[in-house]
Write a protein that binds this ligand. Structure first.
Ligand code: TYD
Length: 234
């Protein structure tokens, strides 16, 4: 992967918030099998060693709408196929606001660093790709998904862990378990391309990490890339 960290990391002082809290909201994103869950946990461990208050969370959330989404993702509940991508976009957006209100905002107010395994970049890319459109900034579908998520608090920074679809597939197989509805090769291939271009889709601060390195190498790259956002107030 050809990205140099310095191409993407935009240093922002962490007190650049306008809504009066002290926490930091970090999102981890990537295709299925990219390693975001592992990396969020490792980064949490790193911050806890530095005596920071840390909360790891994920979407779909553990709330009621998130639980419904997990049933759909694992095929235990079926949606009508005609409007599948749109219905999923609505459900993910509803789950997100529930997640923000019930979990993220209260902990940010208490000064936590929140590490969320997925957020609305997943909605923009997965629901656009599964609706059959290119998730470019000018697309109507992307504009609609962004409108649905207009009230979702912006992350302070999003870490995109980039891996080629073949690497992620090998990792998913090694992990085992049921195959979820979006874990198909052509969807994952389109998503991998879309994640690489992700900075064109959202106006947020995004750092790209080469996820093909060994776990420790990816972790070290994440620590370095997030330091200006998370550790600048230490
Ligand atoms: P994933 O994060 O891989 O969790 P698990 O480890 O439990 O499988 O699964 C969530 C799936 O949902 C993944 O395929 C991405 C998808 N997703 C969306 O399509 N839109 C969204 O907004 C979110 C948050 C996830």
């Amino acid at each position: 992967m050809s990205h140099a960290l310095s191409d993407y990391a935009i240093a922002m002082p962490r007190h650049a918030h306008t809504d009066g809290h002290d926490g930091v909201f970090v999102v981890f994103e990537g295709i299925d099998g990219a390693g975001t869950t592992t990396q969020a946990e490792l980064y949490a461990k790193y911050l806890r060693q530095k005596k920071r208050l840390v909360h790891v969370t994920r979407e779909p959330s553990v709330g009621p709408i998130g639980s419904l989404l997990r049933l759909i993702l694992s095929r235990r509940v079926a949606l009508p196929s005609g409007s599948h991508a749109q219905t999923m976009a609505l459900l993910f957006a509803a789950d997100r606001l529930d997640h923000v209100e019930s979990e993220i905002l209260p902990l940010l107010r208490d000064g936590y660093v929140i590490l969320s395994d997925r957020y609305d970049l997943s909605s923009i890319l997965y629901q656009a790709v599964t609706a059959g459109v290119e998730p470019s900034a000018g697309s109507d579908v992307v504009a609609w998904i962004r409108t649905l998520n207009r009230h979702a608090r912006r992350p302070d920074v999003t870490v995109v862990v980039d891996v080629p679809p073949e690497v992620a597939e090998i990792r998913r197989r090694a992990r085992g378990g049921a195959i979820e509805i979006f874990e198909e090769n052509d969807i994952q291939t389109r998503l991998a391309r879309a994640y690489l271009r992700a900075e064109h889709v959202v106006g947020d601060r995004i750092v790209h990490i080469d996820g093909t390195l060994p776990i420790e190498g990816v972790h070290n790259a994440i620590v370095a890339a997030l330091a200006p956002f998370v550790e600048s107030a230490d």
